[in-house]
Design a protein around this ligand. Structure first.
Ligand code: ADP
Length: 479
């Protein structure tokens, strides 16, 4: 038998009916045979109350009428038509008590039935709905909960939710309970274990019911299974990461000249310093100080070349996202190194206006570099195709009014066509003959996965301005 949110008369009448009959017979016997026992007939209310646990409306009415009938019958048998005033008033009082009890029982039962029927509606939903105490003890478990978790209501009722479902909470339970007690509700994502051991992710909504004194009575928990949605989102993220990797490789291909130049320069420096070293040593009296400083310069050059190779390898590697504390100013400078050559080749002046304090954020260094390189290459390409003689890129970093790390890339190209502005961040939107339309959509997914946002700043003066902001982190907070 299913449990009910609000218990109503049980159908256990097979046991209750003989018991009620026996009790009624006992009361009748005492009332009739021992008239000095007082108002024994008042005890018929126990029979009515007993009947209310087993019978519906009709049964209770019949039982109450029978009790009233027995009271009258026993009065008549004992007193006949010569009843004293006291005996008559005792009899009337007993009848009144039986009738009032019957009416109250009927009213209570009709309210319970009404509520029970409403509660049964909860079985129509596919969501898991259950009622539990603050401590987690389950008192109601709907059909949706049976379907999602695999536990029957009979098994679940009386158990602790958190143990039965091995709940993994998004925060500490005492913090969640504190929020529930103060606002009477809580919403969040939970991970639960099903009966077969598999895991289900649910979007959970809790509502707290309190008594008149504000003491917590019960928690109504409604859980929607979102495992499927989560899996789909993970697949999308994976696909996005794959795509981001492919476009990074494409970008690196476009930057080959810059990269070769960046690596060549320190290598040439090493050769020059090596030759100088030899000359200082071949002297009659070798100048060791000069030799030492030439070797130091070589080491610095080698370090620079190795840094660039390291950066390229990081960009071309297909690695997992690695969130770490990064300085946004540093990311800007590293990205600019990789497009330096393109700037020179396209006769573009770079203006850099970096915030004079570190802009710490939690992010994936490679992804953030890719974001900046995408914006810079778009700016370079826009100016290369434009007719404006002024070729300038201004990169600004700052802390904005909402305390976020802000990066702005402004160019002096043809600017954004207002008709296209809404679509620029959409995948595959491009106005370039050989464009893929992936760059800006990847930029947006990178920024959003870092909890930030990217947008186009209107610039009536011409030229495009792309800006993005990332949540700032206090340096001590990173670990
Ligand atoms: P793609 O570069 O392959 O076209 P993107 O997603 O990077 O793909 O860019 C989409 C479109 O946005 C470009 O085709 C171009 O029309 C526009 N766009 C992007 N950056 C600029 C810019 N700095 N100036 C003008 N238009 C731009």
């Amino acid at each position: 038998m299913r449990q009910r949110l609000f218990p109503r008369a049980s159908s256990n009448s097979r046991l209750v009916a003989p018991l009620a009959n026996l009790l009624a017979a006992g009361i009748f016997a005492v009332d009739t045979l021992d008239p000095f026992a007082g108002s024994v007939s008042v005890l018929y209310v126990v029979v009515v109350l007993l009947a209310s646990t087993a019978f519906r409306r009709r049964g209770i009415v019949l039982c109450s009428l029978a009790c009233v009938g027995l009271t009258v019958l026993s009065f008549w048998l004992v007193h006949g038509s010569e009843a004293s005033g006291g005996a008559l008033s005792r009899c009337v009082m007993s009848i009144a008590t039986i009738v009032i009890t019957a009416l109250l029982v009927l009213k209570n039962q009709s309210t319970s039935t009404d509520l029970s029927e409403k509660a049964q509606l909860l079985d129509l939903t596919h969501d898991a709905i259950f009622v539990r105490s603050m401590g987690g003890l389950i008192s109601y478990w709907n059909r949706g909960a049976e379907a999602i978790y695999g536990w029957s209501a009979e098994h679940a009722v009386g158990k602790s939710t958190h143990q039965l479902l091995q709940t993994v909470f998004p925060a500490r339970l005492d913090q969640i309970n504190r929020e529930l007690l103060s606002s009477n509700r809580w919403e969040g994502e939970l991970v639960h274990a099903k009966r077969d051991g598999s895991v289900v992710v649910v979007s959970s909504r809790w509502s707290l019911q309190k008594d008149a004194d504000g003491r917590p009575l019960a928690v109504l928990e409604t859980n929607t299974d979102i495992s499927q949605r989560r899996r789909a989102e993970t697949e999308v993220l994976k696909a996005q990461a794959e795509l981001a990797h492919v476009t990074r490789l494409t970008t690196l291909g476009e930057l080959t000249a810059s990269i070769a130049h960046e690596v060549n320069q320190p290598l040439a420096g090493i050769v020059m310093n090596g030759e100088a070293c030899l000359r200082w040593m071949d002297r009659d009296k070798p100048d060791l100080d000069e030799v030492r400083s030439a070797v130091k310069r070589s080491i610095a050059d080698a370090q620079r070349a190795s840094d660039i190779v390291h950066r390229i390898r990081a960009l071309s590697k297909k690695g997992d996202i690695q969130m770490a504390l990064v300085d946004v100013n540093e990311i800007v400078e590293e990205s600019l190194t990789l497009v330096q050559r393109e700037l020179v080749a396209n006769r573009i002046t770079l203006k850099l206006d970096l915030a004079n304090q570190a802009l710490s954020a939690l992010g994936d260094r490679v992804q953030l570099q890719q974001l900046l390189i995408n914006l810079l290459i778009n700016a370079i390409q826009a100016m290369a195709s434009g007719t404006n003689d002024l070729r300038e890129i201004l990169v600004t970093t700052s802390i904005d009014e909402s305390n976020q790390a802000n990066v702005r890339v402004q160019d002096s190209g043809p600017g954004i066509d207002p008709d296209n502005a809404r679509q620029l961040f959409k995948t595959f939107f491009t106005t370039k003959a050989d464009g893929m339309g992936m760059g800006l959509s990847i930029c947006r997914s990178i920024v959003e996965s870092h909890g930030g946002r990217v947008w186009i700043v209107p610039n009536p003066g011409g030229g495009a301005i792309f800006q993005f902001s990332l949540p700032r982190v206090e340096k001590d907070a990173g670990s």
